[in-house]
Write a protein that binds this ligand. Structure first.
Ligand code: SF4
Length: 215
Protein backbone atom coordinates (compact mmCIF):
# COMPACT_ATOMS: atom_id res chain seq x y z
CA UNK A 1 0.00 0.00 0.00
CA UNK A 2 1.26 3.45 -0.82
CA UNK A 3 2.12 5.83 1.96
CA UNK A 4 0.11 8.84 0.77
CA UNK A 5 2.16 11.48 2.61
CA UNK A 6 5.40 10.32 1.12
CA UNK A 7 3.82 9.64 -2.27
CA UNK A 8 2.57 13.23 -2.41
CA UNK A 9 6.01 14.51 -1.43
CA UNK A 10 7.60 12.37 -4.14
CA UNK A 11 5.13 13.49 -6.83
CA UNK A 12 5.73 17.11 -5.96
CA UNK A 13 9.50 16.54 -6.26
CA UNK A 14 9.04 14.80 -9.63
CA UNK A 15 6.92 17.66 -10.92
CA UNK A 16 9.65 20.19 -10.07
CA UNK A 17 12.38 17.99 -11.54
CA UNK A 18 10.36 17.41 -14.75
CA UNK A 19 10.08 21.17 -15.23
CA UNK A 20 13.83 21.52 -14.74
CA UNK A 21 15.15 18.51 -16.66
CA UNK A 22 12.26 17.54 -18.98
CA UNK A 23 10.14 14.40 -19.19
CA UNK A 24 11.93 12.45 -21.87
CA UNK A 25 15.21 11.59 -20.19
CA UNK A 26 17.25 8.61 -21.27
CA UNK A 27 20.56 7.00 -20.50
CA UNK A 28 23.64 8.83 -21.75
CA UNK A 29 25.08 5.53 -22.95
CA UNK A 30 25.35 5.60 -26.73
CA UNK A 31 23.77 2.88 -28.89
CA UNK A 32 22.16 2.45 -32.29
CA UNK A 33 20.55 -0.98 -31.96
CA UNK A 34 19.01 -3.12 -29.23
CA UNK A 35 22.15 -5.27 -29.20
CA UNK A 36 24.30 -2.15 -28.70
CA UNK A 37 21.99 -0.89 -25.97
CA UNK A 38 22.04 -4.17 -24.08
CA UNK A 39 25.84 -4.36 -24.30
CA UNK A 40 26.37 -0.72 -23.26
CA UNK A 41 24.19 -1.14 -20.17
CA UNK A 42 25.73 -4.55 -19.46
CA UNK A 43 29.22 -2.97 -19.43
CA UNK A 44 28.22 0.04 -17.33
CA UNK A 45 28.51 -1.21 -13.70
CA UNK A 46 31.44 0.35 -11.84
CA UNK A 47 32.20 2.62 -14.82
CA UNK A 48 31.24 6.13 -15.89
CA UNK A 49 29.06 6.55 -18.97
CA UNK A 50 31.99 8.37 -20.59
CA UNK A 51 34.27 5.37 -20.05
CA UNK A 52 31.68 3.04 -21.57
CA UNK A 53 31.01 5.34 -24.55
CA UNK A 54 34.75 5.59 -25.25
CA UNK A 55 35.02 1.80 -25.38
CA UNK A 56 31.79 1.14 -27.29
CA UNK A 57 32.56 3.68 -30.03
CA UNK A 58 35.10 1.17 -31.33
CA UNK A 59 33.46 -2.00 -29.99
CA UNK A 60 30.16 -1.46 -31.85
CA UNK A 61 31.94 -1.13 -35.18
CA UNK A 62 33.44 -4.58 -34.67
CA UNK A 63 30.64 -6.51 -32.92
CA UNK A 64 27.12 -6.00 -34.27
CA UNK A 65 25.15 -9.06 -33.18
CA UNK A 66 24.87 -11.46 -30.26
CA UNK A 67 26.50 -14.05 -32.57
CA UNK A 68 29.54 -11.76 -32.81
CA UNK A 69 29.83 -11.57 -29.00
CA UNK A 70 29.10 -15.24 -28.38
CA UNK A 71 31.76 -16.42 -30.83
CA UNK A 72 34.34 -13.76 -29.95
CA UNK A 73 37.79 -14.93 -28.98
CA UNK A 74 38.05 -14.34 -25.21
CA UNK A 75 41.53 -12.77 -25.35
CA UNK A 76 40.44 -10.41 -28.14
CA UNK A 77 37.20 -9.38 -26.46
CA UNK A 78 39.08 -8.85 -23.20
CA UNK A 79 41.47 -6.52 -25.00
CA UNK A 80 38.56 -4.69 -26.66
CA UNK A 81 37.00 -4.06 -23.23
CA UNK A 82 40.24 -3.20 -21.45
CA UNK A 83 39.26 0.47 -20.99
CA UNK A 84 36.62 -0.64 -18.47
CA UNK A 85 36.80 -1.65 -14.83
CA UNK A 86 36.42 -5.42 -14.35
CA UNK A 87 36.91 -5.95 -18.10
CA UNK A 88 38.10 -9.55 -17.75
CA UNK A 89 34.96 -10.64 -15.92
CA UNK A 90 32.78 -8.55 -18.21
CA UNK A 91 34.31 -10.16 -21.31
CA UNK A 92 33.67 -13.63 -19.91
CA UNK A 93 30.12 -12.85 -18.84
CA UNK A 94 29.24 -11.02 -22.06
CA UNK A 95 30.17 -14.02 -24.23
CA UNK A 96 28.17 -16.31 -21.96
CA UNK A 97 25.14 -13.96 -21.79
CA UNK A 98 25.10 -13.60 -25.59
CA UNK A 99 25.10 -17.39 -25.90
CA UNK A 100 22.14 -17.72 -23.56
CA UNK A 101 20.19 -14.98 -25.36
CA UNK A 102 20.72 -16.81 -28.66
CA UNK A 103 19.97 -20.24 -27.25
CA UNK A 104 17.02 -19.49 -24.94
CA UNK A 105 15.50 -16.25 -26.26
CA UNK A 106 15.86 -16.57 -30.02
CA UNK A 107 18.38 -13.75 -30.06
CA UNK A 108 16.02 -11.23 -28.41
CA UNK A 109 16.83 -9.48 -25.15
CA UNK A 110 14.54 -10.92 -22.43
CA UNK A 111 11.58 -8.79 -21.34
CA UNK A 112 11.42 -9.63 -17.64
CA UNK A 113 13.68 -8.70 -14.75
CA UNK A 114 13.91 -12.31 -13.57
CA UNK A 115 15.05 -13.53 -16.99
CA UNK A 116 17.55 -10.70 -17.34
CA UNK A 117 18.95 -11.24 -13.86
CA UNK A 118 19.45 -14.94 -14.64
CA UNK A 119 22.03 -13.89 -17.25
CA UNK A 120 25.64 -13.83 -16.04
CA UNK A 121 26.80 -10.34 -15.11
CA UNK A 122 23.31 -8.81 -14.96
CA UNK A 123 22.14 -7.33 -11.65
CA UNK A 124 18.99 -5.42 -10.76
CA UNK A 125 20.26 -2.05 -11.92
CA UNK A 126 21.33 -3.31 -15.36
CA UNK A 127 18.08 -5.28 -15.70
CA UNK A 128 15.94 -2.29 -14.75
CA UNK A 129 17.76 0.06 -17.14
CA UNK A 130 17.55 -2.42 -20.04
CA UNK A 131 13.81 -2.96 -19.52
CA UNK A 132 13.10 0.76 -19.22
CA UNK A 133 15.26 1.93 -22.13
CA UNK A 134 14.50 -0.93 -24.52
CA UNK A 135 10.88 -1.81 -23.82
CA UNK A 136 9.49 0.99 -21.63
CA UNK A 137 8.85 -1.67 -18.95
CA UNK A 138 9.35 -0.62 -15.33
CA UNK A 139 9.26 -3.67 -13.10
CA UNK A 140 11.57 -1.91 -10.69
CA UNK A 141 13.54 1.31 -10.30
CA UNK A 142 17.16 1.53 -11.41
CA UNK A 143 19.19 2.80 -8.45
CA UNK A 144 22.68 3.94 -9.36
CA UNK A 145 25.05 5.98 -7.21
CA UNK A 146 23.32 9.30 -8.09
CA UNK A 147 19.81 7.98 -7.52
CA UNK A 148 20.92 6.44 -4.20
CA UNK A 149 22.53 9.66 -2.94
CA UNK A 150 19.59 11.85 -3.98
CA UNK A 151 17.10 9.40 -2.42
CA UNK A 152 18.95 9.55 0.90
CA UNK A 153 19.25 13.35 0.89
CA UNK A 154 15.56 13.73 0.10
CA UNK A 155 14.73 11.44 3.02
CA UNK A 156 13.35 8.41 1.17
CA UNK A 157 15.85 6.02 2.71
CA UNK A 158 18.81 6.00 5.08
CA UNK A 159 20.27 2.86 3.59
CA UNK A 160 23.45 2.47 1.57
CA UNK A 161 21.97 -0.62 -0.09
CA UNK A 162 20.66 0.02 -3.64
CA UNK A 163 18.17 -2.81 -3.17
CA UNK A 164 16.71 -1.32 0.04
CA UNK A 165 16.56 2.12 -1.56
CA UNK A 166 14.79 0.66 -4.60
CA UNK A 167 12.23 -1.05 -2.34
CA UNK A 168 11.64 2.18 -0.38
CA UNK A 169 11.06 4.09 -3.62
CA UNK A 170 8.86 1.33 -5.07
CA UNK A 171 6.58 1.50 -2.03
CA UNK A 172 5.64 5.11 -2.77
CA UNK A 173 6.03 5.42 -6.55
CA UNK A 174 3.08 4.88 -8.88
CA UNK A 175 4.07 2.32 -11.54
CA UNK A 176 3.84 4.83 -14.38
CA UNK A 177 6.43 7.02 -12.65
CA UNK A 178 9.08 4.39 -11.90
CA UNK A 179 11.25 5.15 -14.91
CA UNK A 180 11.04 8.89 -14.28
CA UNK A 181 12.15 8.60 -10.64
CA UNK A 182 15.41 7.02 -11.65
CA UNK A 183 16.12 9.27 -14.63
CA UNK A 184 15.20 12.49 -12.81
CA UNK A 185 17.15 11.65 -9.64
CA UNK A 186 20.17 10.81 -11.78
CA UNK A 187 19.83 14.12 -13.64
CA UNK A 188 19.63 16.03 -10.34
CA UNK A 189 22.54 14.08 -8.88
CA UNK A 190 24.75 14.81 -11.85
CA UNK A 191 23.77 18.43 -12.25
CA UNK A 192 23.23 19.82 -8.76
CA UNK A 193 23.18 17.27 -5.96
CA UNK A 194 26.68 15.94 -6.45
CA UNK A 195 28.51 13.87 -3.85
CA UNK A 196 30.90 16.71 -3.06
CA UNK A 197 30.01 20.39 -3.49
CA UNK A 198 26.24 20.08 -3.85
CA UNK A 199 24.73 23.32 -5.15
CA UNK A 200 21.71 23.64 -2.87
CA UNK A 201 21.33 27.36 -3.57
CA UNK A 202 20.66 26.59 -7.24
CA UNK A 203 18.54 23.48 -6.63
CA UNK A 204 14.86 23.43 -7.62
CA UNK A 205 14.16 21.40 -4.46
CA UNK A 206 15.84 23.76 -2.02
CA UNK A 207 12.55 24.78 -0.34
CA UNK A 208 11.49 21.20 0.41
CA UNK A 209 14.70 19.18 0.81
CA UNK A 210 15.54 18.15 4.41
CA UNK A 211 19.26 17.99 3.58
CA UNK A 212 19.68 21.40 1.99
CA UNK A 213 22.71 23.41 2.97
CA UNK A 214 22.06 27.08 2.35
CA UNK A 215 24.24 30.04 3.26
S1 SF4 B 1 18.65 21.02 -1.82
FE1 SF4 B 1 20.80 20.34 -1.86
S2 SF4 B 1 20.83 18.34 -0.81
FE2 SF4 B 1 18.70 18.80 -1.37
S3 SF4 B 1 18.39 17.80 -3.36
FE3 SF4 B 1 18.99 19.92 -3.76
S4 SF4 B 1 21.23 19.88 -4.01
FE4 SF4 B 1 20.60 17.95 -3.03
Amino acid sequence: MLSMGKEKYLLSILSKLEKRYGKDLHTELKSRTDVDLFVAVFLSPQCTDKQVNNVTTILFKKYKSFEDYSTADYATLKRDLSGLNYYKTKARHLRHAANIILRDFNGKVPRTLAELMALPGVGRKVGNVVLNEMYGINEGIAVDTHCARVSRRLGFSRSESPYKIEMALMAITPKRKRGEVSNLFIALGRDTCSAINRKCGACVLKKMCPSRILP
